[in-house]
Design a protein around this ligand. Structure first.
Ligand code: ADP
Length: 251
């Protein structure tokens, strides 16, 4: 089992502008939680709070609690490097380093002190298998990551996250730059990943949320309007605003 998260009373500001207001959310372990809502409603901001990526932006302020198991990750004593190892992130555009496939995968483990060649080889194989890229990559491990297709590069980025043995994988619109076949492969992969990890994904594609998520969270203007089982959000929403959004009346 992976770990889950629990967010309580979270407010977030860029300077004086409040981007998230009173967010309360359970993120259950080994499930896929999809974050949906119109552009600018705070989905990415929320996702980036879950591994403190917003720390990197000047002038931001956060209040509230984000628990990983029973530890509040917003506490000052949290080692952010260690946190981002437990809570990895995959971005919209695949962003491999200008290095070989092999070097990309072992980048994190090496930074965390693993040097043994056999151990690194094993991490590479396991991580690429975990990201459903091994068969395609095993004969060109020492070739540049840029020789891979966009979809393969995105799976490499997932392998890079898996290589440091995370609990949670955050994905920010991971398929929006990909063609339909590559998108389908990533969606299938996400179904596999949830057996071992907890997945939180931002998607602007409602069909995608419907296909791959167990739970869906609908954001509007920095607030959560409704969070429930995906089938309830799509077929039996409790809030009129959720229904309007799902049925395409705005956004
Ligand atoms: P979404 O992911 O739902 O499209 P975002 O989280 O990107 O929404 O944005 C939420 C709000 O925060 C928007 O009003 C956006 O303009 C603002 N915002 C996002 N990133 C920054 C930033 N780095 N600095 C200032 N404001 C930002």
């Amino acid at each position: 089992m992976a770990l889950g998260m629990k967010v309580t009373n979270l407010d977030f500001y860029y300077g004086k502008s409040k981007a998230l207001e009173n967010i309360n959310l359970d993120i259950p372990a080994n499930q896929v939680t999809a974050l949906i809502g119109p552009s600018g409603c705070g989905k990415s901001t929320f996702l980036r709070n879950l591994n403190r990526m917003n720390d990197l932006i000047d002038g931001t302020k956060v209040e509230g609690q984000i628990y990983l198991e029973d530890k509040d990750i917003l506490d000052k004593d949290v080692d952010v490097v260690d946190l981002r190892k437990k809570i990895g992130m995959v971005f919209q555009k695949p962003n491999p380093f200008p290095k070989s496939i092999y070097e990309n995968v072992i980048y994190g483990p090496k930074r965390h002190g693993i040097k043994n060649k056999a151990e690194l080889d094993e991490i590479v194989e396991k991580s690429l298998k975990g990201a459903a890229l091994w068969e395609e990559a095993k004969d060109k491990l020492h070739k540049s990551a840029y020789e891979l297709s966009g979809g393969q590069q995105q799976r490499l980025c997932i392998a890079r996250v898996l290589a440091v043995k995370p609990e949670i994988i955050l994905m920010d619109e991971p398929t929006s730059a990909l063609d339909p076949i590559s998108t389908m492969k990533i969606e299938e992969l996400i179904q596999e990943l949830k057996k071992n990890y907890t997945v939180v994904i931002v998607t602007h594609n409602m069909q995608q949320a419907g296909r791959i998520s167990d739970r869906t969270v609908f954001f509007l203007n920095g607030r959560i309007i409704e969070a429930d089982l995906t089938e309830n959000i799509f077929y039996n929403p409790k809030d009129k605003r959720t229904e309007d959004y799902i049925s395409g009346r705005f956004g």
